[in-house]
Design a binder for this molecule. Structure first.
Ligand SMILES: Nc1ncnc2c1ncn2[C@@H]1O[C@H](COP(=O)(O)OP(=O)(O)OP(=O)(O)O)[C@@H](O)[C@H]1O
Length: 348
């Protein structure tokens, strides 16, 4: 478990000072992946460096398994830092060492015997699915394989916390999916608390149990993925939903945007709403996913029924429906009055 309490980082002094992290409170339990998202300049890299204590926070606590690492003197910090394994954007492996030798590095620095190191490296290679690439050099490995070696190296000293600092950024979608599924596997097998820092909103839905939004050095929203996705007031929840390009509605019918507003939306809601309205409801676009066993998502539909009947029929099944023009007008309003919406659009 890792807890950040009142974490603050200020660069510079006096009039030149810049508060980059402002009183952050974040908890990540064992077996949980928390995604921290935010636009460029929000403070994500600084936060990563404060979590693994490469930068000392100006004030506040970084508590791992009950101990505040931020207060430790340098000598003790060197040891305590082992509790946090970090995976960086580019795996940053030593080019003249094989995959196995790169993974062995942290163990060698610690003076672990060659026999123990060999056994541990073998275990780690197997865990990340790379036993067959043990003796390959970085230039012989794909982007996804390099990240797997980076993950294995981060796990070498059996950390309690795995910090992923843009570890999937720049990877193609399929490779991202495979790295993400490895992280989820490790979360479960090793009961790790995983902090997944990213600017890629698309990945969050696939990897995280919970998400927090960092903006101008502050956490502006955080919660479980399901809570965020089913809260129509959540800017982060909206930004997490994939964008849809709906088909044209039939002439004479109007377009509605439908979001899952409850944890108990029946899977056959389209038929149920059609039956209640006594007319077909056309599905024009939809994205629905299961998060921790709860269905969430949004859809665009076309129908002819009067607005008040349609709204009520959707609401009875835990869905929130907004007429197309109104939804577009709301989005425009968000866009002009709320910078968060602007950035949501950029991330999506
Ligand atoms: N060592 C430093 N000294 C002074 N200011 C810094 C330092 N490091 C970062 N900053 C400032 O802190 C702010 C946040 O930077 P940071 O790199 O943490 O953001 P970020 O969210 O990671 O951005 P990006 O996604 O573009 O990498 C920026 O205004 C940056 O200029």
């Amino acid at each position: 478990m890792i807890s950040l309490k009142n974490l603050t980082k200020v660069y510079g002094h006096g009039e030149q000072s810049l508060t980059v992290l402002d009183n952050l409170d974040v908890d990540v339990a064992n077996g949980e992946i928390l995604a921290i998202v935010g636009p460029s300049g929000a403070g994500k890299s600084t936060l990563a460096q404060c979590i693994n204590l490469l930068e000392r926070p100006t004030s506040g606590q970084v508590i791992v398994n009950g101990e505040d690492l931020a207060q430790l003197p340098e000598r003790k910090l060197r040891v305590a830092r082992r509790r946090i394994g970090t995976v960086f954007q580019s795996a940053s492996l030593l080019s003249r060492r094989t995959a196995a030798e790169n993974i062995a590095l942290p163990l060698q620095y610690l003076g672990v015997t060659p026999a123990e190191t060999k056994a541990r490296v073998g275990e780690l290679l197997e865990r990340v699915g790379l036993s067959h690439r043990a003796n390959h050099y970085p230039f012989e490995l794909s982007g996804g394989q390099l990240q797997r070696v980076g993950i294995a190296r981060a796990l070498a000293l059996r950390p309690a916390v795995l910090l992923s600092d843009e570890a999937t950024s720049g990877l193609d979608p399929e490779t991202t999916r495979s790295v993400v599924s490895l992280l989820r596997q490790l979360r479960d097998d090793l009961d790790l608390a995983v902090v997944f820092i990213t600017h890629e909103m698309d990945t969050v839905l696939h990897v995280a149990d919970s998400a927090a939004r960092l903006e101008n050095g502050r956490i502006t929203e955080q919660g479980s993925l399901v809570d965020l996705l089913t809260d129509h007031d959540s800017a982060l929840g909206r930004a997490l939903q994939p964008h849809l390009s709906p088909a044209e509605p039939e002439a004479g019918s109007s377009l509605w945007h439908v979001t899952y507003d409850s944890r108990k939306v029946p899977s056959d809601w389209l038929q149920l709403v059609s039956a209640e309205l006594g007319e077909p409801v056309a599905l024009l676009a939809a994205t629905i996913q299961s998060i921790d066993g709860t269905s969430t998502g949004n859809a665009t539909v076309g129908l002819r029924a009067p607005a008040h009947l349609a709204t009520a029929a959707f609401a009875r099944h835990g869905l929130r429906a907004i007429p197309g023009e109104l939804a577009i007008a709301n989005a425009a309003l968000d866009h002009s009055s709320d910078t968060r919406a602007t950035e949501d659009l950029q991330w999506a």
